[in-house]
Design a binder for this molecule. Structure first.
Ligand code: HPA
Length: 269
């Protein structure tokens, strides 16, 4: 797949990759001079099956660098294998990306957050028991027992908080708790997540973060709070509310990404 991207784009190596979460896929089209490729054309790429997700990969210039943007991801709750879920990120890192920005829509467990807030992911808790590294280790990709202490690197978190400041946003940071879905969490599960130290709950991001970190890439994560988590929210949760909240946050999200991408691709150590 990475060789296909090189052949199709004429770009020898990409510098970073951005994965766009639920309702945030439009950002890919906002980048000038991007080359768009349907996932269906890329050998091995899994095709998203949920509304609010596209299925397009864009290769775009940022300063004198090159970024891959994945608009549409596949989720464990759709029944995909872990290897499919991380296929896009692994392809991008193989295509040269040394930094990975993962974005998602999430429910707020931390009561300081409100719908519409963007939160910098500082760490994660894997509540699913699933892991993309289960099975024989491919030593070409990374070690058998990778350390995840610095997955969401301090440097990129610092850069993101500076970007949030410049964009006049509160620089919330929090721990993302991964649940399998597709049912939203129960109020009791949200209480458990909170007691365990989660600030956010969602159904994505963690497998990609693990796979990217395994390959030695630096990871940054941004959650868009689309709702208060079950039991905190006074109203039942619905996917329509998630996509509506993502629509409302589009300008802010675009502003943050426009500011952050040049930093993400920069050469600074
Ligand atoms: N839980 C899990 N995933 C989500 C939520 C939530 O409350 N909101 C958006 N994605």
């Amino acid at each position: 797949a990475a060789a296909f991207l090189t052949a199709r784009t004429g770009i020898e190596s990409h510098d970073a990759v951005v994965v766009l979460g639920s309702g945030l896929g439009d950002y890919a089209e906002s980048l000038p001079d991007g080359i768009a490729i349907d996932y269906a054309d890329v050998p091995g790429f899994p095709l998203p099956r949920v509304t609010g997700h596209g299925g397009t990969l864009v290769s775009a210039p940022v300063d004198d660098k090159r970024v891959l943007v994945l608009a549409g991801r596949v989720h464990a709750y759709e029944g995909w294998e872990m290897s499919d879920i991380v296929f896009g990120v692994r392809t991008a890192v193989t295509a040269g990306a040394k930094r990975v920005l993962l974005t998602n829509a999430a429910g707020a467990v931390n009561e300081d957050y409100s719908p519409g807030d963007l939160v910098i992911i500082s760490d994660h808790i894997n509540f699913t028991g699933l892991n993309p590294l289960v099975g024989q280790n491919d030593d070409r990709l990374g070690p058998r027992f990778p350390d995840l202490t610095s997955t969401y690197t301090a440097g990129l978190r610092w850069d993101l908080s500076a970007v949030f400041g410049d964009a006049d946003l509160e620089a919330h940071e929090g721990t993302y708790g991964w649940f399998l879905g597709p049912s939203y969490e129960t109020p009791a599960e949200v209480k458990m997540a909170k007691a365990a130290g989660a600030d956010l709950v969602g159904m994505s991001t963690v497998p990609e973060a693990i796979a990217a970190s395994h390959m030695g890439a630096e990871v940054a994560g941004i959650s868009l709070v689309t709702n208060l988590a079950a039991g905190i929210s006074p109203t039942p949760l619905s996917h329509d509310d998630v996509t509506l909240a993502a629509d409302r946050a589009r300008d802010t999200f675009t502003d943050v990404l426009d500011r952050f991408l040049p930093i993400l691709v920069s050469d600074r150590a």
